[in-house]
Design a protein around this ligand. Structure first.
Ligand SMILES: [Zn+2]
Length: 324
């Protein structure tokens, strides 16, 4: 087994990457970081138990993890497109795309996630690589090699931190979704103090946004880009600082405008799950636009009842945040 891990360690350190020094700075060792970041995401998915067979699928989680790494390592760079490494990693010999349709040679390059999903079931790893990755010590070794080989010394710490947060958030989020009534899930968070708040934020967001399937609970919009960035965020109904309650039922997925309006007390939600609007929407020279049409409408609730907003939380918000 030692020889096999050594072999993959070398191959991970020498991925075929774009090495255009005009485009890629020393932050990413003068190489395109797409493939190493994709592999870091795959390691995170193994760690959190999301990959249980030899198949890497094109999922929301993979896209979200990829964005997180990218934003952390390259906050000022243009966005990375996950579809590119997912397609091109096949050139490195251990990543095999499984076409969805027979007789599909996948000859031409695929550059968007929806297209990729249409054409490809996922990627299968070499069997011996898959076996290696089932062991945590091998994942830790390969993670270290990726971070060392493709990021500058100053960036390595950020990327490593993000890997801790990504793994912790996936596990925390699954706990929140599995135990929707349990106020004490946070106590299961076995993670260093320095990372706890980032892990909670990212985990809560994943749980709530997936419970609402990316729709805004107040205005109902769902807008996603082709690389699956989403317009909604996760809002606490009763703020974390008050009750330390990360249950999905103490949250709603809200678009940026509705999130701001809800936190400002311009909107609330009644005990019958209808939108309540503040009179302050129409003061000064406000032009509230479509926000005016939301009053009295039913919220867009999650399909699963345990994730519906807790009426006690909603009442707390009406009493303490909402502006008459
Ligand atoms: Zn909205």
């Amino acid at each position: 087994m030692g020889d096999v891990i050594d072999d993959y360690a070398k191959r991970f350190a020498r991925l075929r990457t774009n090495r255009n020094r005009k485009v890629w700075s020393e932050v990413t060792a003068h190489q395109a970081p797409h493939k190493p970041i994709l592999l870091l995401c795959v390691l995170d998915l193994f760690d959190s138990g999301e990959i249980r067979e030899n198949l890497v699928e094109i999922t929301d989680d993979l896209a979200a993890l990829f964005s997180r790494y990218w934003e952390r390592a390259l906050p000022f760079n243009h966005r990375g497109n996950l579809a590119l490494p997912f397609f091109h990693l096949q050139g490195d010999g251990f990543w095999h795309l499984l076409p969805r349709h027979e007789n599909n040679g996948l000859g031409s390059q695929i550059t968007s996630l929806p297209r990729l999903q249409e054409e490809i079931i996922g990627a299968r790893l070499d069997e011996d690589l898959y076996d290696l990755l089932r062991l945590k010590e091998n994942r830790d070794l390969l993670r270290g090699i990726l971070i060392e080989a493709y990021f500058s010394p100053e960036t390595r710490r950020l990327v490593f931190e993000q890997s801790v947060i990504n793994r912790g958030a996936l596990v925390y989020s699954e706990e929140l979704l599995k135990h929707p009534e349990d106020h004490r899930v946070r106590e299961t968070l076995h993670i260093e103090e320095a990372y706890r708040s980032a892990v909670r934020d990212q985990g809560f967001r994943r749980a709530v946004v997936s419970a609402y399937a990316h729709r805004c609970a107040l205005c109902g919009i769902r807008v996603r880009t082709l690389d699956w960035h989403t317009a909604v965020t996760a809002a606490h109904i009763v703020p974390w600082s008050e009750t330390q309650d990360d249950r999905p039922a103490n949250g709603m997925a809200l678009c940026r405008m509705c999130h701001w309006s809800f936190d400002e007390g311009l909107f609330g939600v009644s005990q019958g799950y209808e939108v309540v609007a503040s009179r302050q929407l129409n003061v000064l020279d406000n032009l509230p636009g479509y926000l005016s049409s939301l009053e009295g409408r039913g919220i867009v609730a999650p399909t699963q009842k345990p994730f519906w907003p807790d009426t006690k939380s909603l009442q707390w918000h009406l009493n303490n945040v909402f502006r008459i």
